[in-house]
Design a protein around this ligand. Sequence first.
Ligand code: SF4
Length: 960
Amino acid sequence: MKITLLPSGRDLISSVAEHLHPPDKDYSRLWVVFSETRPGHYLRRALAEREGSAFIPPVVDSLEGFVNRLFEEKLKLRGRLIEPLDAVALLFDIHRKTPGRLGGGGFLSADSFFSVGLKIFADLEEVSLAGLDAENLAGVDGLMGEALPSESLERLQSLAHFHGHFYKDLAGRGYSSPASRLRAVVERLRPEHLSGVEEICLAGVYVLTRLERLLLRKLLDWGLGRLFVLQAPGWESLLETLDLPADIAFPEESRDSPPAAASRMIKSPDTHGQIFALNKSLEIEFGDPARLSEKQAVILCASETLFPLYRQTLARLPQETYNISLGYPLSRTPLYSFFDKLLELIQTRDESRRVYAPHYLRFALHPYTKNIFFPSPERRSDLTRILFHAVEEALVGRRHKSFWDLEEIEADEGVRRAVEERTRTVPGAPDVAAFLEHLRDIHARTIRPFREVLNVEDFAGKLIGVLETVAQHSTARLHHFFQPYAEAMFRQLDGLRASLFRNVSFEDAASYIHLFRKVMRSGSVAFAGTPLRGLQVLGFWEARGLPLDDVSLLDVNEGVIPSFSRPDSLLPYPARRALSLPTYEEQEERMAYFLRALLGRARTARIFFVENHDREPSRFVEQLLWERQKAEGRLGTEEFIAGFEYRVDLRIGKPEAAGKTPEVAAALREFRYSASALDEYLRCPLSFYYRFVLKIREPEEVALSLESRDIGTFVHAVLQEFFGPCVGRTLREQDLEAGRLRKALDRRFREFYGGDEVGSAFLFKRQAERHLEEFLKRYQIPVVRELEASGRSLVIHSLEGTWDVTREFGGRMFRFRARTDRVEHRGGRPYVLDYKTGAKERYHALRFDKLDIQSRDSWPGAVGSLQLPVYSLVLSRALNTPPQKLVCALLMLGKSVPGREIEFSPFDFQDTATYLDQLGRMEDLIGRLLGEIIDPDEPFRPQERGREICSKCSYRTLCL
Ligand code: SF4
């Protein structure tokens, strides 16, 4: 029995290489098996360096590849290795035919079954790899020392049922699985099958399953196998599981190994801190990348750290100076998010297959879509970007219309106009017709194919078509890692297209989409990391058995290594123990073994972890620290941990004031002031400058929900239409009929939302209808009745009026404009009314008690809005009415019960003297404000009242 124990710290690759010494440089009768494929690259290189000339290499396999080669080449067995997708399809078939099936009626469709199907497949394979079958599963409750809840027992019985049928069906359909292959190899392999093989070296494998152990024992017993075992902590339990004869003596590698270096522990506050610290640790090599070698590795315990690492480190290195070898979840890639947006758009179409505008724009403005090349005369992506931003502008302009036919967008006059305007000055831009043709073409390649889907094969094929469009006709391939993402996505989609699910068809598009998401979530992007060169960026398992001298492990955190997640299994823990299946404790031991082997070998080891309020170092870190404390007789651990902190200045800097040029001051003297301009200035002079001097407006978006300004515009339009026929005559109760209001509302709704009585627009319509009817009943009719009862009348003077006047302040004339919703006369007294769809008066309040006119600082806090003072100022002049005769008020339509009290004014109209005093103070304030605005020596200052105001300001990105 040939077992070589390698002291901790020995290099597995060179030990194996040294062991292999065939005559005539012919290694072909030697077979080397590692846990992974990657050590094979190192072995071949080591042999090539030693031989220095051509040689016939040994057969090198991973453990999985070894079993496959025995099955296919040595035993010549048939049975195509089943893909997990097909395995789930087989299981789904069994599930559908099973009376009293798992989950009752919960997993009736392929998409709902998919995730549980993957778990079942993994469990069945595990059970089979342990050499067990359906009978063992069915009888496991008798082996357990504790009673299982009935639900768990049912699951076990279901698994036994699946096991009984699955492997029969598998073989019946000409398939095999990793477990069925291994079982066949263990059962049928004889020494004569290996007649051309001199020795099989199993190096650094950590065998867990019973069938693997049986195979290994056979090879050892036949004298054909040689096991290389790294003596990292835990190696004894590996050998115990092999059930070796008691008297066996292990020849041990005698050479001295270099002592393992103590690992440096480095804690950081977050992932970026870890990478800063890593860059610092390797700054010499990163400064001179030619020094990087394949004996150096950055090991990512959490695959999501790859992107920060790429951005902060790898992007600066020449590509030929590093390798990446790890599995990265496909569902975390930008390509997945592109498809997710497309499918979201497809899933949210209405019954007429019209697309929902916000989702359409999200897809159209995705970098992969808006960079599809404009085809001729030369491939340009800028023209497509212009096109889609023009579409965005047109759709935003009519954001009340939620659903659009693709044909409507393609033929829309607004789109045509926006394209025309945006391309007028673009050199080489074709005519609008070519843009619209391009838009139709993109729709035809991406969205239109999904109007009808026949089955899974058709759906996957259409997604492949979209992938090809993006890969071949857009700038996507210039993005980092697009190629490996696209290959991985293609493999998954192609697998789905050819899978046993291919003929499944769903009634609902959502089911195809669920299936797609689940299939993609089960896939990963395999960064192969070849040819072997430079710094190795590896996943944890990819680092097994490699001769690494310098390792940096990132994210050595609890929950990552080991992970908190228990095996994703339907097998309860007690059943696992009773069946001797691997448990999470054994997984943890296996991880600890490889970690120790890695650290034992490395001359330099850095362990990075994040420590903050929700992340803590891994238990492995704690264990290493404890060992070090014991060895060095120290109580504390602080001196073994280097802290890495970086300072990010998160303080919000004070924005700079903007100076006022004489030209700006002159323009402001001629400016037409409105209440909103004065309110903006009062809120923050700097934001007034951005909005009214620089005329910077925030871009509008098609919102997912109705925004308050859309609601306001709609309600104003309905009320204008409703009261329009009543202007200039006495308003009667019969004018205020709810049926007429509903008609006005229906008409306006069609105009605003294109009659889309769906989603939030529909709910809003119902709500607006109820609310405005209440407004008539509880406010408007009582006002009319009250006036009639006292012999007076209500006459609407104007709706949606614009009033321009000039007024003198401080010896200078200023221009003012006021826009009013409604001006009416009640018994001859003019009322100026403004509709507000909100309910909170405090935003419009004037706190005269808080106002100290001499103290500039008191103004913003005391004045909610200058709207009513400006109305009074403008309308008293425009209507030629003394201010004390004019009532200016807001109608707070957003109140839950819109009664008489919705009429709000901060002025005291009951007491004329008080009212005139209040008005006088407001006019004084307006005059001072205007004086400040036009003062050339007074810059536009940022507001001083605190961050909260800035946090809600649209200009914060300009300012802070
Ligand atoms: S971010 Fe603050 S200081 Fe700047 S404009 Fe807006 S409110 Fe004024």
